[in-house]
Design a protein around this ligand. Structure first.
Ligand code: NAD
Length: 339
């Protein structure tokens, strides 16, 4: 915005604990003087001709600002609604899901040094929704893989590896069985390799990846992994589980050609909503990813460091999900003190 000198970002606060953790982000951004102005953006489930849709107002905000930060959205049960997250992905063409999983120093979990980056194809594979019953008792579910979608997510993964200084790109697949579908995904990665001579391409069967990650996650600290949709769904949660210790910690980015939306991985946590108990770290780390995506690295580093040192400082400044005694607001105060 040339009049304020600030970047406008659409902010979907979301449901349940959404408003509480969003308030924490806003307070910390204000205290750190981040040159971002949030534009509040409501995404309520809307049925247009029987299909779940996003309001025109919200679409306009996100299409204008190009970057959005998002709290969790509760999926309405019944009434023919599709998940709002899926709707957002489709509406804005968010083809890649970026999921880093990094251990927090000072917060002990089983694995000490996890530092994984996984990029999941976000639009097709088994999630294309093509399923039908042929005869009673026999159903067919189609996994759709296209060269176009494979190229854009693999190109993004190569570029992410290059920019983040990780020298290896690992394509995770099962082309021994899914010869055509995963075969195409792997072939696209190999064809693109000469464009990225600084990134070493490796291909790995998903069963090997699972075994390797569980035995020694640190062997992937210098790599970016990329895979088709369903493998990515499962692997990204495995990666988070290895390092996180709580759902309240994992951030993510949904990347499109034009628009990108950053969000916490967890849901609306209805069991603790409105009680000042939620851990805002996942949304805060999502906002850090967002600032890095926008090139505002100085502010990203400052906030990330303050959040991580607050968690490392001990149980008094940690929220309940990390076996601490802090509330959402007292954790936020402690982060602001460390900025
Ligand atoms: P959930 O993630 O909301 O909760 C699972 C457990 O983790 C709960 O015990 C909750 O208290 C805890 N938890 C989650 N976030 C936390 C945080 N920030 N701090 C502390 N504890 C936290 O999963 P759910 O109960 O399966 O889903 C609830 C609703 O959220 C559903 O309507 C679901 O559709 C929706 N959902 C949305 C998203 C999204 O918007 N990205 C993701 C998952 C689920």
């Amino acid at each position: 915005d040339p009049t304020t000198g600030k970047y406008k970002v659409s902010f979907i606060e979301g449901d349940g604990v959404g408003p509480e953790i969003s308030k924490s982000v806003k307070r910390i951004f204000a205290a750190a003087d981040v040159p971002v102005e949030f534009e509040s953006c409501e995404v309520k489930p809307l049925l247009v001709n029987g299909v779940t849709a996003i309001s025109e107002e919200a679409q306009k905000s996100i299409n204008t600002n190009l970057v959005a930060l998002k709290g969790p959205l509760a999926t309405p049960v019944g009434k023919g609604h599709r998940s709002m997250n899926l709707t957002l992905r489709k509406t804005f063409g968010l083809f890649a899901n970026l999921r880093p999983a990094k251990s927090i120093e000072g917060f002990k979990t089983i694995y000490g040094d996890v530092d994984l980056v996984l990029i999941r194809e976000n639009t097709e594979g088994e999630y294309a929704g093509i399923e039908h019953a042929i005869v009673p008792g026999v159903v067919q579910s189609i996994k759709l893989i296209t060269r176009e979608a494979s190229e854009r997510v693999i190109r993004y993964a190569y570029e992410y590896a290059r920019v983040s200084g990780r020298p290896r790109l690992v394509v995770v697949h099962k082309s021994t069985i899914q010869r055509l579908a995963d075969g195409l995904f792997v072939r696209v990665a190999k064809e693109m390799a000469p464009e990225f001579p600084d990134v070493k391409l490796e291909t790995e069967l998903i069963d090997n990846t699972v075994l390797n990650v569980v035995q020694d996650p640190s062997s992937y600290s210098d790599a970016v992994s990329v895979c088709p949709n369903l493998y990515g769904d499962i692997l990204s949660d495995l990666n988070s589980g290895l390092c996180a210790g709580s759902l309240g910690l994992t951030p993510s980015g949904n990347i499109g050609h034009k628009v990108s939306i950053f969000e916490a991985v967890h849901g609306s946590a209805p069991d603790i909503a409105g009680q000042n108990k939620a851990n805002p770290t996942a949304l805060l780390l999502s906002s850090v990813m967002m600032l890095n995506h926008m090139g505002l690295h100085k502010y990203a580093d400052q906030i990330e460091k303050a959040v991580l040192t607050t968690i490392a400082a001990g149980p008094d400044t940690r929220t309940g999900d990390l076996r601490g005694s802090a509330s959402t607001s007292s954790f936020t105060d402690a982060v602001i003190k460390r900025l």
